[in-house]
Ligand binder design. Structure first.
Ligand code: ZN
Length: 126
């Protein structure tokens, strides 16, 4: 005879017409079977909320959203740094021109080349 476990106890008691997902009982330490009808997920054994495939997809979508937000923040920070570096270079170039730099056009072109694409050197603080 198979070893008695809590999960086999659950299996014996589970209603095959209801979702195989488990919910924590509010007043008791034990979890109990979900009360919703099945029809979703593997073997149609779950309700929409407990469908492991849907749960996995939802977690994946959430993770991808976080990663995209993180990448956007990183890109914004990198752009901000690049704009700041260009501003510093522009200031240095102006001083060099005042001091009589003999190729101000090349100097200015060098500063412009440091700017990130579509930058007008304005910074938005977010
Ligand atoms: Zn359920």
């Amino acid at each position: 005879m198979a070893e008695w476990t809590l999960s086999s106890f659950h299996k014996e008691r589970d209603d095959p017409s209801r979702c195989a997902g488990r919910v924590m009982d509010r007043y008791w330490w034990e979890s109990s079977q979900c009360s919703r009808k099945r029809g979703h997920g593997p073997e149609q054994a779950y309700c929409k909320q407990h469908d492991p495939v849907a749960i996995k997809a939802k977690r994946k979508a959430q993770r991808e959203k976080w990663e995209a937000e993180w990448a956007a923040k990183e890109a914004a920070a990198a752009r901000k740094n690049a704009v700041q570096a260009a501003k510093d270079a522009a200031l240095a170039a102006c001083k060099a021109i005042v001091d009589g730099h003999n190729d101000p056009r090349s100097l200015a072109a060098g500063v412009l080349a440091m700017l990130p694409d579509n930058s007008n050197m304005e910074q938005k603080d977010d």
